[in-house]
Design a protein. Structure first.
Ligand code: ZN
Ligand code: ZN
Length: 100
């Protein structure tokens, strides 16, 4: 598979991330943010390197695209939030099996 373009798998993954609560504060109603940690600013991160962030934690003045105060007070890096996102996705999968 070539680079560029959105695969169905990455679209489906981002759809699942969009259902999660904010990885920073737990609020519902999130945007899907591509993490920038360890990347050049011009490079777009993989659609699998995405975290759910509420509007405040995402594009608000104290959010990830602002001065990152909301991340700092919780001592969270973008990689911490990515780990939390993976944990939440794994948990919801486990719960789905339990309920079946
Ligand atoms: Zn938030
Ligand atoms: Zn973003």
């Amino acid at each position: 598979m070539g680079a560029g373009g959105m695969s169905n798998a990455s679209k489906a993954h981002m759809g699942r991330v969009a259902q999660l609560p904010c990885a920073c504060c737990g609020a519902h109603g999130v945007h899907v943010h591509h993490i920038r940690e360890g990347q050049g600013m011009s490079q777009r991160a993989s659609d699998f390197l995405t975290v759910p962030l509420c509007p405040d934690c995402h594009t608000g003045p104290l959010g990830v695209h602002g001065d990152k105060t909301l991340m700092r007070i919780r001592k969270l890096s973008e990689l911490d939030m990515l780990a939390e996102t993976i944990r939440m996705l794994t948990d919801s999968r486990v719960r789905a099996f339990d309920g079946a």
